[in-house]
Design a protein around this ligand. Structure first.
Ligand SMILES: Nc1ncnc2c1ncn2[C@@H]1O[C@H](COP(=O)(O)OP(=O)(O)OP(=O)(O)O)[C@@H](O)[C@H]1O
Length: 250
């Protein structure tokens, strides 16, 4: 089943030049999708379109076959519940004045999800391997990797179908990076991920399918194993050649 799709999407910021051009892609439930490309290729912009934070200049963004429509509140509420995000920097993406409990509970409250909030937060902490007493503490009391776990707990607390992760491990050291990747892999059994990164090797560890973006255009997309074994586009070969090897598993 197709969760999210971009069909013939182009995008410019204001009157600027095209940042994305003729993008067609589909996120299928149960199949993680990696979006890779160099800095400036348009990955973050694509992510904003997928999250409904920017509107396509032309073409359509649809969720479960229905076009995203900011005016349709009921539909957008369902969309927000189903599609959550984790951002790159675990230092700036968590409000330092809020306790971890309130940070993780935020989607449940803002989406007015009727559930036992304390139980849901406790479960989300367990899911990301943080102790229950983390709920009482503040973000500054945690390491970068632990903060990223808090951000992941917030993203999964409402049981979304899809999580869009933007460079989630690039701010972390190699060992922590491997642990977070393992966590995301285990969560993939329950939900689908879109992983945006400049690091094709990282994306390959998590995603069955890959989209390669160069200067706002998709130059290659398909099964990750096929693309890694036989990269068809020179840009993909260049990305592969410039990617540092992943650390040995710890
Ligand atoms: N708010 C904005 N206003 C105008 N131009 C923007 C804005 N945000 C991004 N751009 C431009 O859009 C293009 C794509 O940027 P984008 O951030 O999507 O790329 P990226 O692949 O995510 O890069 P990075 O890996 O460095 O984050 C770049 O040329 C950038 O300068």
């Amino acid at each position: 089943m197709t969760l999210l799709a971009l069909s013939g999407v182009s995008f410019s910021y204001g009157r600027g030049s095209r940042v994305l051009q003729d993008i067609d892609l589909a996120v299928e439930a149960g199949s993680n999708l990696g979006i890779v490309g160099e800095s400036g290729s348009g990955k973050t912009t694509m992510l904003k379109l997928l999250l409904g934070l920017e509107r396509a200049s032309s073409g359509a963004v649809s969720f479960r076959g229905e076009r995203l429509d900011a005016a349709n509140r009921g539909f957008m509420r369902g969309f927000r519940r189903s599609v959550q995000a984790v951002f790159q920097d675990p230092y700036s993406s968590l409000d330092p004045r809020q306790r971890v409990f309130d940070i993780i509970a935020e989607p449940l409250r803002s989406l007015k999800i009727e559930t036992d909030i304390a139980a849901a937060v406790e479960q989300a902490l367990r899911d990301v391997d943080l102790p229950a007493d983390a709920a009482r503490r503040y973000p500054h009391e945690f390491s970068g990797g632990q903060r990223q776990r808090i951000a992941i707990a917030r993203a999964i607390v409402a049981n979304p179908d899809l999580i869009i992760a933007d460079e989630v491990v690039s701010a972390l050291d190699l060992t922590t990076r491997t642990r977070i990747i393992d966590l995301l892999r285990s969560l993939s059994a329950r939900m689908t991920f879109v992983v945006v990164s400049h690091d094709i090797a990282l994306v390959a560890l998590l995603c069955e399918r890959l989209v390669v973006l160069e200067k706002g255009r998709i130059v290659e997309q398909g099964a990750t194993r096929d693309i890694l074994a036989r990269p068809a586009h020179p840009y993909t070969r260049q990305l592969l050649a410039s990617t540092p090897r992943m650390p040995e598993r710890v």
